[in-house]
Design a protein around this ligand. Structure first.
Ligand code: ADP
Ligand code: MG
Length: 697
């Protein structure tokens, strides 16, 4: 397909345009994680510029991922003045390698204040440069890391690259023990399935809450929800199909392998799955996916909602982060092969994953925490806030064998008969599906299903890479010193299977019984972003991150501050938006309608005293009493929001106040608001309804 990757300065473009020696040197850096030779930058910059200009680009930007979780750019033109008053198009090696955006407006959690005001962007040559199209203009985007002058990571990319290095180092130690001498580099691989909602732009434009906070803050449930389950995998509506086609073209040009797309469980909800790639590139690509979804939707008069819970009462959105590890010589380390019970390398790696997830469940939980996801996790629609692992029948059986000491079989998948002769008999996967598990083994990869739909996937993958690197290092420490490798390995696998069986769970993760059972097993259950943040500041967390040089204490402190600050800011925006809508839309319409009812009552009464006006009277009574309660809740919300905004407390206490006081007050106001919606004449209700937003696409 011709358009695929046409806007990417990819391997093929580099091979074609770079001198052989430069290409080789750069390729080595990219493939094997070796340091970049500075002399190649000048040559690469020139080739990149020529390529971009031929395609019609006039500007370039360092494209980076500050701690806001979205991407940032600062555009510069290639134009450079000459002495004789003309211009030439220039782009130097230095401009490619390093940039200096005005960093003061990005969150730094105090890092820049303590160290140095400026931030720098540095070229990440492991993720290819690409051309971004905006309103017809093309800009060369160079993926970069964003650091402070003293090297502290101010972004989401730097720790991700560091965690990938740490994982490679420790995985190689373990592979070596199994006699592997050919692999020189191990990378984690990721495929991130992205869920999203589409709503008609004409409805979106009338909803201040969607515009400002990404979710509906008021809205009574539609008469029809998702109970019929007729949307899931249903056929696509023409308009949505046109959007998806456009989106695919946009993404293919950017080299994003968008592969499958389908309706999701909730009405108006969809999903896009790409083909997996190196974690770093997959993370960049997921940002491009989210960005393109929003942009392309607008072309179809649709708005793409990436919020985790745009509509109360219907399923929200998440991201399924499919994760594995592969070697530079093409081996997937989580591929069990035909007989996993004889594949000790696989059993060692998967045991490391299991131990890591059990030992560091709380860190994984933190990595998926944001205010939007607080509405989903544990709400019987998404995985609970408790981390557990689903292994499937085959591996569960093997882990039981391991605990009992001795391995002699791998259960094999049965043939699946459809009962229809003309359909091929297909083999059932040896791993079944369990949609309710937050961390499921799906044949040759793990699927981490807690990730929030709007967040960068960097955080979750930093944690996965880091915790698995740590356990692999523990395994390597133990096995490297063992006098008898086989014996030591058997003992290690048995010990791991025994000590960590509590994290394995194949049942219904959405049930209340599981919550009780998990508590008995001592598994952590952190229900909110605010509490999750505390885990970042634990001494054991700091030690772990510092040991593998992924984040230092200061960098962790900054993330703690930012997580809580963003939580407070988000709730504050939501509260203020509710107040605005309550005062300027809901109360006026309630007043108008109550006046109408009152006028009708008086008019009817004066026309005839024999007419029964009890319905109008009842409505009026109901409306006015709800309005009184609504107003009281509004006054309370205004009061507590003001208190929260003017409080000077430590970040955690501030978060707790927003969660326990402000958020509660918002819920109370919403209950009355939604009741008013059911009373007031539909023609006079000022907001598009759930029925319109969810079903009119
Ligand atoms: P499933 O049937 O499990 O949904 P798919 O093959 O459709 O499997 O995969 C779902 C997602 O997992 C896709 O984005 C896919 O690219 C990704 N994926 C597949 N293999 C790997 C792997 N080895 N590492 C990371 N992600 C993977
Ligand atoms: Mg999935």
């Amino acid at each position: 397909m011709k358009i695929f990757g046409e806007n990417v300065f990819n391997d093929a473009a580099m091979r074609e345009r770079l001198p052989k020696a430069t290409y080789k040197s750069l390729h080595k850096t990219i493939e094997q994680g070796l340091p970049l030779d500075p002399s190649v930058a000048e040559i690469v910059a020139n080739a990149m510029k020529d390529w971009a200009i031929e395609k019609g680009a006039t500007h370039f930007t360092h494209w980076f991922q500050p701690l806001t979780g979205i991407t940032a750019e600062k555009h510069d033109s290639f134009i450079s003045p000459t002495k004789d008053g003309h211009v030439v198009m220039e782009f130097s090696g230095k401009e490619l390698i390093q940039g200096e955006p005005d960093a003061s407006s990005f969150p730094s959690g105090g890092i820049r204040a303590t160290f140095e005001a400026r931030g720098y962007t540095a070229w990440d040559c492991t993720s290819p440069a690409f051309l971004k199209e905006d309103a017809g203009a093309l800009t060369l985007c160079i993926p970069t890391a964003f650091c402070s002058y003293t090297g502290e990571a101010l972004d989401k990319k730097t720790p991700l690259l560091r965690s990938m290095q740490a994982l490679s180092k420790q995985a190689l130690r373990v592979l070596k023990l199994f006699g592997n001498t050919t692999t020189s580099h191990v990378t984690s691989t990721v495929g991130a399935e992205q869920e999203y909602f589409l709503v008609d732009k004409k409805f979106f434009d009338k909803r201040l809450d969607l515009m400002l906070s990404g979710r509906t803050l008021f809205g009574a449930m539609a008469p029809k929800g998702q109970e019929l389950e007729d949307h899931y995998f249903g056929s696509l509506k023409t308009r949505v199909a046109a959007f998806m086609h456009d989106l695919n073209v946009e993404l293919w040009k950017l080299g994003v392998l968008a592969k499958t797309q389908h309706n999701e469980v909730a009405p108006g909800q969809f999903e896009l799955a790409p083909i997996f790639g190196t974690t770093n590139i997959a993370t960049d690509h997921n940002q491009l996916v989210m960005d393109s979804m929003k942009k392309v939707a607008l072309r179809h008069d649709l708005v793409c909602l990436l919020h985790e819970k745009p509509f109360a009462g219907v399923n929200g959105s998440g991201k399924h982060n499919n994760w594995s590890m592969s070697t530079d010589d093409g081996m997937n380390l989580l591929d069990p092969g035909p007989n996993p019970h004889e594949n000790f390398q696989f059993l060692t790696i998967i045991s490391a994953v299991i131990k890591a997830v059990d030992d560091y469940a709380e860190l994984l939980r933190v990595s998926a925490a944001n205010p939007g996801n607080d509405h989903r996790l544990g709400a019987n629609e998404a995985p609970p806030a408790i981390i557990s692992i689903f292994l499937g029948d085959q591996l569960t059986d093997i882990f039981e064998q391991l605990q009992n000491g001795g391995l002699n079989r791998s259960l094999q998948g049965e043939r699946l008969a459809s009962g229809v002769k003309t359909l091929p008999a297909f083999r059932k996967d040896s791993t079944d599906r369990n949609r309710t598990s937050p961390f499921a083994f799906t044949g040759n990869k793990f699927e981490f299903r807690m990730v929030a739909s709007s967040q960068s996937i960097s955080g979750p993958n930093v944690v996965l890479n880091l915790i698995i690197a740590e356990v692999l290092s523990q395994f390597a420490d133990c096995l490297e010193q063992a006098p008898d490798f086989d014996q030591a390995l058997q003992a290690l696998l048995k010990e791991t299977a025994t000590n960590h069986k509590r994290i394995l769970f194949d049942g219904n993760g959405y049930s209340n019984e599981w919550v009780e059972e998990a508590a008995k097993r001592g598994l952590p259950n952190i229900s909110s972003t605010v509490d999750a943040a505390l885990v970042l500041m634990r001494e054991s967390t700091v030690e772990l991150y510092e040991k593998h040089k992924v984040l230092n204490r200061t960098e962790l402190e900054s993330r703690y501050e930012i997580n809580l600050e963003q939580y407070c800011k988000q709730i504050n925006i939501e509260a203020l938006t509710m107040i605005d809508m309550a005062k300027h839309q809901i109360i006026p319409s309630a007043v108008k309608y109550s006046t109408q009812l009152a006028n009708s009552i008086t008019a009817i009464k004066s026309a005839s005293s024999a007419v029964d006006i009890s319905v109008q009277a009842e409505l009026l009574k109901d409306l006015c009493s709800t309005l009184v309660s609504f107003n009281a809740n509004l006054i309370n919300l205004e009061k507590v929001t003001h208190e929260a905004a003017t409080m000077t407390t430590e970040a955690y206490a501030h978060g707790v106040y927003y969660r326990d006081v402000v958020f509660k007050a918002m819920q109370a106001l919403r209950t009355d608001g939604d009741k008013l919606e059911t009373i007031i004449d539909a023609d006079q209700w000022p907001l598009p309804t759930y029925s319109q937003m969810l079903f009119m696409l």
